[in-house]
Design a protein around this ligand. Structure first.
Ligand SMILES: Cc1cc2nc3c(=O)[nH]c(=O)nc-3n(C[C@H](O)[C@H](O)[C@H](O)COP(=O)(O)O)c2cc1C
Length: 193
């Protein structure tokens, strides 16, 4: 018997019902239809202070800042797959996503310094959805950052949707191929191995 997978979607856009939000919802819908439990984190609704670079987490993998990220750490650590969805801002991810990534330094410590995620554990996945308004949107910086993040916290980068030329809020609804792709991504991540 296979246990139910947990798929965690993390929205990095401040726009609710914007393009990243819509694509993320499609991915989570696909995952839920595949039988997974899905959870969604709206970064913009959380009070998160940036990483202070104090390195206190090097001791035991715990961040000295006690805020709404504490429960997000738990979700990321227990997820079978994490999907980050972000708009492209100045050729990078949104500030909300960057804030999360930096504040996950403590998870890097748990993984790399404290060896808390054993290498024989099931391979957990990370995927990335990004939308840029420019038809020639540059994704490589955001992708590089998210890849480095997943690798640091022991997730295998497995799937991306990079959509250029979609600017207006919710405009992605007239891109059926991208919507289908997102749903497929969610299904695949949720499928039993
Ligand atoms: C502050 C800011 C910076 C942006 N920078 C870029 C950029 O560098 N390249 C690009 O293609 N689009 C850029 N955009 C456009 C957004 O990526 C685009 O509107 C996207 O669809 C927003 O996604 P959302 O609806 O999920 O928020 C920028 C938008 C804002 C508000």
């Amino acid at each position: 018997m296979t246990s139910m997978k947990l798929i965690v979607g993390i929205l990095g856009s401040p726009r609710r019902k914007g393009n990243s939000d819509i694509l993320l919802d499609k991915a989570l819908k696909g995952a839920a239809e595949e039988g997974a439990e899905v959870k969604k984190v709206i970064l913009n609704d959380l009070e998160i202070k940036p990483c202070q670079g104090c390195n206190d987490c090097h001791e035991d993998g715990t961040c000295v800042q006690r805020d709404s990220l504490t429960s997000v750490y738990d979700l990321i650590e227990t997820a079978d797959a994490v999907i980050i969805a972000s708009p492209i801002y100045f050729s990078g991810p949104s500030a909300q996503v960057k804030l999360l990534i930096d504040r996950c330094q403590c998870l890097w410590v748990r993984n790399e310094l404290l060896g808390r995620y054993p290498s024989d554990a099931k391979k957990r996945k990370g995927a990335f959805i990004a939308v840029g308004g420019d038809p020639k949107a540059v994704f490589k910086h955001a992708v590089g950052e998210v890849r480095a993040f997943y690798s640091a916290i022991g997730l295998e980068y497995d799937g991306e949707i990079l959509l250029p030329g979609v600017e207006g809020k919710g405009e992605v609804v007239s891109h059926p191929v991208a919507l289908e792709e997102a749903e497929r991504l969610g299904r695949r991540l949720a499928a039993p191995v």
